[in-house]
Design a protein around this ligand. Structure first.
Ligand SMILES: [Zn+2]
Length: 219
């Protein structure tokens, strides 16, 4: 809209399942007044709206295949072109491949991009994921301190799909997929690795501090 693209607050958040990435992306979006763009959500939206890309995505998913880079990049491109993303955004779940990361660079041109990697050791993730709870009514992922669902008041139950074997496999897949993306970004001045073992508040502060230093105080 009106914001100077040179000061846009564009953030990519990387981090394994259990690192609290979704929560942090949500908090950052709220505190900085930028949209949180999660690929799962915009994919569902595109399918529901029956856009050309949404229809293509549905065809791929109905055939039991994974959404490829072309469709994913197209859907993200359309979302980032909307007015509310002009002053910045937080991306959660994108890029998932180096091809997608390169496409994002191309979309942004000279606009700055901050990349935050939330780092948590595997033992901690396994412990967190194995005890992770969700709302049995609305599937909200509960924070450790929550006693009931903050969204609908439903009961919080341990996620049945999070047994240790499943957790380790998810982490292995994540690391395998993400390692090349971390390598793609690591050498850049706007890349920050954040210690994700601390409390959600401390992690949030660290992310804000990182963004403030790399974007010259625009945060
Ligand atoms: Zn709920």
């Amino acid at each position: 809209m009106k914001a100077d693209p040179a000061t846009a607050l564009n953030l990519v958040m990387l981090g394994p399942p259990g690192a609290g990435k979704g929560t942090q992306a949500e908090r950052f979006a709220q505190s900085h007044g930028v949209p949180k763009i999660s690929t799962g959500e915009i994919l569902r939206e595109a399918v529901a709206d029956e856009t050309a890309l949404g229809r293509a995505a549905k065809e791929v998913m109905d055939a039991g295949r994974l959404i490829g880079d072309d469709i994913m990049v197209g859907i993200v491109r359309e979302r980032l072109a909307r007015a509310d993303a002009k002053a910045g955004f937080v991306l959660d779940g994108f890029p998932r491949t180096v091809t997608q990361a390169a496409a994002l660079d191309e979309m942004l041109g000279t606009e700055p991009l901050v990349v935050v990697d939330i780092v948590v050791p595997e033992e901690t993730l396994v412990r967190r994921l194995a005890s992770r709870r969700m709302c049995e009514d609305c599937a909200h992922s509960a924070l450790p301190e929550e006693q009931g669902c903050p969204k609908c008041g439903g009961a919080l139950v341990v996620r049945v799909d999070d047994g240790a074997g499943v957790v380790l496999e998810r982490l292995r897949v994540y690391t395998e997929q993400t390692a090349p993306i971390v390598e793609f970004y690591r050498g850049r001045p706007n890349f920050r690795a954040i210690d994700g073992t601390r409390s959600p508040e401390e992690v949030q502060d660290a992310i804000c501090a990182a963004v403030a230093t790399v974007s010259g105080g625009a945060a």
